[in-house]
Design a protein around this ligand. Structure first.
Ligand code: FVH
Length: 293
């Protein structure tokens, strides 16, 4: 089966993301059945050719695969665990946000009820769904992924992570921490420069250049972490900590919030106190957690 073979799909949950998912399936030519707790949200999609199922059971029966995308895992269980809903033989793909524990528990719950289950995460906003810019992460049995990949290709760039159902949620969290940490760092720098009348638009290209430069270090730093050896080839942690002190002093001197710089330096100070001052920055991984914990 290739991505052009029309596969009957069902989308449960027609919020901002669910509407985008169903629309992408429709535009790719897949017969699409939809269901939403508030039925009226299906109207626009029905006008585009979707079929609105009267019940969750009807919706599940209509699709070769069912994508559910609702607020949280509580809503997933409330919807799929409702009385009269049979999961036997259903091929479920859950794109609802949650944590890895919820993903693994829901996989066990669904498969105990006879469903095949893939857990996923959407690294995209609704407007990019249906384009290659939308990254759809998937974890669960490879055979289930292979069966659904052609149809899921209608949503964007589909990436298989492995058999552990918790992986997509972990990658989602790992992506979100990068996103918000980079944005907070940019806001810290913007606040510093605005005290001297430099506006955000002027700083942004410089910030982008710095972020791109740091991104170039990641492969080498990842190698040090995987080897467990952190020789200071670029800079020793104690040198970095001195510059962190300047960042705190500067922030306080110009009246900018210094919580972020203080957190950065506190973690470095702990690693230095533990004897890692002569090693390179990635040695800080020890402060974040150990493998397999
Ligand atoms: N929107 C985005 O950009 C992000 C991108 C990354 C992934 N997230 C996750 O996608 C899930 C859905 O997010 P959403 O933006 O579509 O959320 P809403 O527009 O608020 O729609 C929520 C839908 O969930 C239904 N729902 C909520 N609680 C229940 C329940 N107890 N039983 C059944 N359905 C429920 C709600 O139904 P209704 O209120 O229309 O009746 C909506 O269909 C989410 O995990 C994001 O983190 C989106």
């Amino acid at each position: 089966m290739d991505e052009n073979t029309p596969t009957p799909v069902t989308v449960i949950g027609l919020g901002l993301m669910g509407q985008a998912l169903a629309g992408a399936f429709l535009r790719a030519g897949h017969p699409t059945t939809v269901w939403n707790r508030t039925a009226g949200k299906a109207d626009g999609l029905v006008a585009e050719g979707a079929r609105a199922a009267a019940t969750v059971g009807d919706a599940l029966a209509a699709g070769s695969l069912t994508v559910i995308c609702v607020t949280d895992y509580h809503a997933v269980h409330e919807t799929l665990g409702a009385s009269g809903v049979e999961l036997g033989g259903t091929r479920l793909i859950n794109l609802t946000s949650g944590d890895s524990g919820q993903a693994r528990e829901t996989a066990r719950w669904a498969e105990a009820r006879g469903a095949r289950y893939l857990d996923g995460a959407i690294m995209a906003i609704p407007s990019t769904v249906g384009t290659p810019d939308a990254v759809i992460l998937q974890s669960g049995a490879r055979s289930d992924f292979d069966a659904h990949e052609p149809a899921l290709g209608a949503l964007g760039t589909v990436t298989y992570l492995g058999a552990d159902h918790g992986l997509a949620s972990l990658y989602d969290a790992a992506g979100l921490v990068m996103m918000w940490s980079v944005l907070n760092a940019w806001l810290q720098g913007t606040a510093l420069l605005r005290t001297a009348g430099v506006d955000a638009g002027t700083y942004a290209p410089f910030a982008r250049h710095i972020a791109a430069g740091v991104a170039d270090w990641l492969p080498g730093y990842a190698e040090q972490i995987d080897r467990g050896s952190f020789p200071a080839e670029v800079s020793a942690l104690e040198t970095d900590a001195r510059a962190m002190a300047h960042l705190i002093e500067e922030s306080e001197a110009v009246g900018v919030n210094a919580e972020l710089p203080r957190l950065i330096k506190a973690m470095a100070d702990r690693a230095i106190a533990a004897g890692h001052g002569k090693e390179q920055y990635p040695v800080l991984i020890e402060e974040f957690g150990r493998p397999g914990t």
